[in-house]
Write a protein that binds this ligand. Sequence first.
Ligand code: FE
Ligand code: FE
Length: 286
Amino acid sequence: METATETEQNPLRDLDDLDAIRIPVEPAEEKEHVFRDYAAEARSTVREFYRLNHTYQTLEFARARRQEFLPGKHGEMGIWEAMEYLNTLVDDSDPDTDLSQIEHLLQTSEAIRAKGLPRWFILTGLIHDLGKILCLFGEPQWAVVGDTFPVGCAYSDKIVYSEFFEANPDIRVEEYQTTCGIYAEGCGLDSIVMSWGHDEYLYHVVKPFLPEAGLYMIRYHSFYPAHTGKAYNWLMNDHDREMFEWVRAFNPFDLYSKNKVKPDIAALKPYYEELIAEFFPAKIAW
Ligand code: FE
Ligand code: FE
């Protein structure tokens, strides 16, 4: 049997290539030959990414990973330290057009700050992707990024590339393929096992420190089938529905704050160090 190569395990050049299928291409840009080639290439790597994700994200896998990555197994780090650590993720893509992880975090938080939103909201923007350090702990991309979805119940057709679930062993487990699967209708999202990734991991890491609305934003920001596709309403309780207004309010800051003006990291650091200290101890368990 062949072993998977690095590219087979990690088809994306850059974790942010996933957004290539989400942000509509401006008609003017579409005419540019170079851009179109890049978009086509990004699309095929995104497809391959979701093929792996949908094949391997089973209920058993998600449960096991959640257990394995309980906070504390990877030592202690401060928030800013974790941001710098995440920034060491190798990015082969064009440095002129792509943002580093730390720049994406700062652009998100700065966009929230510019709207005069509460300090915990700004902080949530700053940290929302820190769970991607899972990649540095050796997790393949398909177990870190991409849209998330509940496991242990039928897959919604609102999940991107849902045809790839054909290869997931759970599709042949009858109990998992009814609408509610192993869950009770209206049981609430906290009782659901979500596909494993950076959202769920970071939620467990920062749970003791942030207000609930911020925790919802972190835990469900990649749950596009629900916050954008409006699927899985049957799993939610009224409290989830109320909290999802926050998840939806957060989404544009994550998706559309990306621009070419790079934030001045050194100039912003003192403001953010103070904000971090307001909510977090000097070091937390990862
Ligand atoms: Fe994210
Ligand atoms: Fe993000």
